[in-house]
Design a protein around this ligand. Structure first.
Ligand code: NZQ
Ligand code: ZN
Length: 400
């Protein structure tokens, strides 16, 4: 196994019954919470009222910011941080999906550092600034997707420059997160599917490129993939089933808590690099949907370039019990079976289906190389240059 370091400082509370433990814990971070929410679903569904009543019961004050968009905009984050600073909040409480949680981390950083704008802090920004710290962040994830409830990342969009890029610091890792499956039965089917696609990607990415050095990471990752592949169709039939929702939720947290890569060789998250460039270009594209579009095309590109074939074949064996005489055949069979799964679960699309025509591919590939490769080819266990990226985008058009 390769050397690694794991630090998961987030205190995780799972289950509806853990509400009191979570809200009691918030006292450690102060008495004035800055609640951040998205476009209003948590208000409509009564989650916000429940959260504020828990705070009031504990004599805690709160300030509310409403209006974080999916693929959160830098400018909205700046506005929220100014409000939090003015109200002298002690900590940030995110109630929403990955977009709200990511925005909350960025807001916590801006307030702590008395900074006004988040965009100069993102990866790839030429006038890059470094952040010194952040207010404590607590989260209540209302999607099963990003694992932002445990990660050090905040992914920020800037429609003004058609950009989307992360800002990551260890001090962004949430201090406490309450995973309540009861807040998940309302997630629309499409967002549920997109989330499942994102969970899978977090384990797929390094599984494919990271090599064979860590069987524990492999078995851990396969368990998460298997759970998602089996559970999504069940949730589609029974969306209000809290037990199933909980399985997706916990899978999402486990998929990006660093355990999934521990001991393997580390590589860039290629599909994420490409997808962030895509949804930066078209902010209406949900992250998980963009990833789903890329899966088959990227897998085929890997095969054609003689990369990760053994790992694709291994996935075939572990996830779909494919028993084949040759690795090549097993890998091809795996891709077909996985494409079928995407298709059966409403996740099989082309880039042109999400309003990204071929004429835009060149500009998007340029962005991926500039921001995620620092101007150089991406490292996909070997170089992946601009023309390779365009080739992957073009391959998605073969998907019908
Ligand atoms: O805005 P509201 O009204 O809250 O509605 C949201 C939004 O429209 C809705 N929603 C959320 N929870 C709901 C609900 N609707 C009904 N019931 C609920 N319980 O769902 C829509 C999508 O929400 P969003 O937060 O955008 O989705 P997701 O959780 O997939 O987050 C995506 C963002 O996270 C980033 C992505 O790039 C994207 O910007 N990522 C963050 C990562 C991290 N921090 O580590 C890693 C990921 O790879 C990813 O890049
Ligand atoms: Zn992701």
């Amino acid at each position: 196994m390769n050397p690694f370091e794991v630090h998961i400082p987030t205190r995780i509370y799972f289950g509806e019954e853990k509400a009191a433990n979570f809200f009691d814990r918030l006292h450690d971070y102060g008495t004035h919470a800055f609640i951040i929410i998205g476009g209003g679903s948590v208000k409509r569904l009564g989650f916000l009222e429940e959260v504020t009543s828990h705070l009031e019961k504990r004599n805690m004050e709160f300030t509310l910011f409403e209006g974080i968009e999916p693929n959160p905009h830098a400018q909205t984050i700046d506005k929220a941080a100014a409000l939090g600073k003015e109200n002298e909040v002690d900590f940030v409480l995110a109630l929403g999906g990955g977009s709200v949680m990511d925005a909350s981390k960025a807001i916590a950083g801006l307030i702590h550092d008395s900074e006004k704008e988040i965009w100069p802090f993102v990866l790839g920004e030429p006038k890059h600034k470094t952040m010194q710290g952040a207010l404590p962040v607590a989260t209540i994830p209302t999607t099963a997707a990003t694992a932002s409830e445990v990660t050090p990342h905040a992914v920020i969009s800037n429609p003004g420059v058609k950009g989307k890029s992360p800002v990551s610091y260890p001090f962004f890792k949430p201090s406490a997160s309450w995973l309540n499956p009861a807040y998940h039965t309302s997630i629309p089917l499409e967002t549920t599917r997109d989330g499942a696609s994102d969970i899978l990607s977090h384990v797929f990415e390094n599984y494919l490129l990271g090599g064979n050095d860590s069987p524990p990471a492999d078995r851990y990752s396969e368990g998460i993939m298997q759970t998602v592949i089996e559970t999504l169709p069940l949730v589609e039939k029974d969306p209000e089933n809290k037990a199933l929702r909980g399985q997706l939720l916990w899978s999402s947290t486990m998929a990006l808590n660093t355990m999934q890569v521990a001991g393997r060789k580390l590589f860039a998250f290629i599909m994420h690099n490409l997808e962030h460039a895509l949804s930066g270009y078209n902010p209406d594209l949900a992250h998980g949907r963009g990833l789903a579009i890329l899966y088959p095309a990227y897998f085929k590109w890997l095969m054609e370039n003689n990369r990760a074939i053994d790992r694709l074949a291994l996935l075939g064996e572990k996830l779909f019990s494919i028993d084949s005489v040759s690795q090549d055949k097993a890998a091809v069979e795996f891709i077909t079976r996985f494409e079928n799964w995407l298709n059966e679960n409403g996740l099989y699309h082309r880039l042109s289906d999400v309003n990204i025509p071929e004429s835009d591919f060149d500009e998007i590939a340029d962005y991926a190389i500039k921001v995620y490769g620092g101007g150089n080819p991406l490292d996909a266990a070997g170089p992946m240059n601009k023309s390779d990226i365009i080739e992957v985008f073009k391959k998605t058009e073969e998907q019908v």
